[in-house]
Design a protein around this ligand. Structure first.
Ligand code: GAL
Ligand code: ZN
Length: 666
């Protein structure tokens, strides 16, 4: 378990560097990330490179014993580039060109921008790769941040047409795949196709879904270009990674982006990111009120951490860890050292191998003046610094925890394309794939059941329970793989709107749930979006405390022998029809859940499923306490400002406010 910090030597007088480096080491930091926004200092004029200052920074930091992660500086092109080549600036969904004066102001498909990027990355690699202190590379910084994930410029339009040609081959196939006969949208030449924005009325959802895929692929491709530019110089022992963002950012398919990286990284900001997404994730439900005001929401942070582990099914880095208060949330509460320690332990328990704090010292100038660093503006220690001092005595325990894998018997399947498709056609306000997946995640966390978050092509046989919030778009071969999983003894539950669409976002011609009918042995006979205040009563052998379906409901009928309905609708249009099915199949069983569960229902349903599937709970937890399991140890984390007790193997275990307890090893 390594600790590190993000440092901006270009923000401070050179005379300070050695003292900063010494204090970093004294604090137990071994890693320093630099240079990811330093393009204007590295290439002050087009084609004129200035490496000396960065050489001296690397020399000073490494002389103090720090290992260096070099960021490629492409997230922030300098003014000569943006002004000299103004069409490298990206175009947003409103058709407006973004301006110079911040960061992320570039189009990943612009040929000249790609040339400039390739050149600086390859020169940087040639210059620094041999340095023994350089341990790895961070490619760019947070692709898509600041609302720049999807560019709609003319270069993207070109690249999109090429992407479509590769995907569909012929215009006939494309017209078919998008259903363009509707509203006379048929294309008779590739040049007629543009980005799906500023249309007279709603754009075609097949067109838009493909644009979302294309935009995500554009980053994968742009990253690949940088990996290749690093390639000939990068030492075999130097890693390449990219720092991804939390749940508020889902425009990029991080499973695909991470595939080419040595490991994934996450930027972890528990009190800020959730502000942007809490409304969508909770809808009309309220977050648990027991959390301390400064800890963020452990369900959101937990989902982000478990998802980051799932991007590659491997340990990951926290490349930026919130060190205290930040500047970009709604309220940016002050944070005590205990909270920074709690987040660090939460990350370690979820599979982090390194935690790199953002940033060393609070900035005196520009956009992030109100963001804490480990040091205050005046260079005295701030709360993150205090937290690291406290953790100095815990390094061995953290090391021990990080020495093995996270152990989960259950998987939550997660798919960015299903998320996008349902975002485009939610049909009911408040219907969100992300919310549905998060509702299940919260239930896992509430019950103390560790869970992996995995894509559809994951190997499932190691799990006892697999939960698919919605298998919405068709997915070649998935039904057969899920069936093999169930036949082999697995328990599977899939949720509403499964099998509804083809891969190109047309509705299936088959009865619902389309290609999954054979697996679940049920037909969805009808579906309804339920407005607020309208609910259908539920009854059956599986009593629920809150026995009504709201938000979205589908009525189920058996289509194969052996299908049972532990819950049926007991009022409204679906009265007497199935609401939850169970079908024993081979050595396992599969279930289709016909409504969008509330959090309370998800907890009850998951408890029932987990017990049948033999999935262990780590502990009985009161709200506010969470549990994780790594390297044979159970970690209990208390996110409230009061002491809380869990019951573990029949015995009560108390955890102090904002505290951490480590239990046993097997
Ligand atoms: C991250 C970003 C950093 C810094 C930080 C502030 O999203 O990568 O450069 O802006 O937020 O919290
Ligand atoms: Zn573009």
């Amino acid at each position: 378990m390594q600790f590190g910090v993000c440092y901006y030597p270009e923000h401070w007088p050179e005379a300070r560097w050695a003292e900063d480096a010494r204090r970093m080491r004294a604090l137990g930091l071994s890693i320093v990330r630099i240079a990811e926004f330093a393009w204007s200092r590295i290439e002050p004029q087009e084609g004129r490179f200035a490496w000396e200052w960065l050489d001296r920074a690397v020399a000073t930091l490494s002389a103090a014993g720090l290992k260096i992660v070099l960021g490629t500086p492409t997230a922030a092109p300098p003014a000569w580039l943006s002004r000299g080549y103004p069409d490298t600036l990206p175009v947003d969904e409103q058709g407006r060109r973004r301006n110079f004066g911040s960061r992320r102001h570039y189009c990943p498909n612009h040929p000249a921008y790609r040339r400039f990027s390739r050149r600086i990355v390859s020169l940087m690699a040639a210059h620094f790769a041999a340095h023994p202190a350089v341990v790895g590379w961070q490619i760019d910084n947070e692709f898509g941040g600041g609302g720049t994930a999807r560019c709609y410029c003319e270069h993207c339009a070109d690249a999109f047409r090429r992407w479509l040609q590769a995907r569909y081959g012929t215009l006939e196939a494309l017209n078919q795949a998008w259903g363009t006969v509707f509203w006379s949208q048929e294309y008779s030449a590739w040049e007629q196709i543009g980005p799906p924005i500023l249309t007279g009325s709603a754009a075609n959802p097949s067109h838009t879904l493909d644009y979302y895929r294309f935009a995500s692929d554009s980053w994968v491709d742009y990253q690949q270009m940088q990996l290749e530019a690093l390639g000939p110089h990068r030492r075999a022992d130097q890693f390449a990674t990219h720092n991804g963002m939390g749940l508020f950012f889902t425009a990029l398919d991080y499973f695909r982006l991470a595939a080419a990286l040595d490991f994934a990284s996450l930027d972890n900001y528990p009190t800020a990111g959730p502000d942007r997404i809490r409304g969508e994730l909770y809808g009309d439900e309220t977050p648990l009120a027991v959390y301390a005001p400064d800890v963020g929401d452990p369900a959101i942070t937990g989902f982000e951490l478990d998802l980051a582990r799932g991007w590659k099914d491997a340990p990951f880095w926290i490349m930026e860890q919130q060190p205290g208060h930040v500047n970009w949330g709604w309220y940016n509460p002050g944070v005590p050292p205990e909270t920074v320690r709690l987040w660090t332990w939460q990350a370690a328990a979820a599979g982090a191998e390194a935690v790199v704090f953002f940033r060393w010292r609070a900035a005196l100038f520009a956009q992030e003046q109100y963001h804490a660093g480990l040091l205050k503006h005046d260079a005295s220690p701030d709360v993150g610094f205090r937290a690291l001092e406290r953790m100095a005595g815990e390094r061995q325990q953290l090391e021990r925890l990080a020495s093995g894998p996270v152990q989960a018997q259950a998987a939550l399947l997660f798919d960015y394309e299903d998320l996008w498709a349902l975002q485009l056609q939610p049909h009911r306000r408040g219907f969100s794939y992300l919310r549905l997946a998060f509702t299940w995640y919260r239930a896992f966390q509430r019950l103390g059941i560790p869970v992996d978050i995995r894509p559809y092509d994951a190997e499932l046989s190691r799990y006892r329970l697999v939960l698919a919030p919605s298998l919405h778009l068709g997915h070649a071969g998935l039904a057969a793989r899920l069936e093999a999983y169930v036949q082999g003894g697995g328990a599977l539950l899939a949720g509403v709107r499964s099998g509804f669409k083809t891969p190109s976002n047309l509705v299936t011609e088959q009865p619902l749930p389309g290609e999954y009918t054979g697996l679940f042995g049920v037909h969805v006979q009808a579906w309804q979006a339920l407005p607020p205040g309208v609910a259908l009563r539920l009854e059956g052998d599986l009593p629920l405390a809150q026995a009504e379906a709201s938000l979205w409901a589908e009525s189920l009928a058996a289509q194969a022998p052996g299908v049972e309905f532990p819950l049926r609708y007991a009022s409204g249009a679906f009265e007497a029809q199935g609401a939850l099915s169970v079908r024993p199949l081979g050595k396992g069983s599969c279930s289709y859940l016909g409504w969008h569960p509330s959090f309370g229902q998800a907890v009850e349903l998951l408890g029932w499923l987990a017990e049948r599937a033999g999935v262990a709970r780590l502990a009985e937890l009161p709200p506010g306490l969470i549990a994780q399991r790594r390297a044979g140890q159970t970690v209990l984390l208390n996110f409230s400002a009061d002491p809380l007790s869990a019951v573990v193997s029949g015995a009560a275990v108390e955890v102090e406010p904002r505290g951490v307890r480590l239990l046993g090893e097997d």
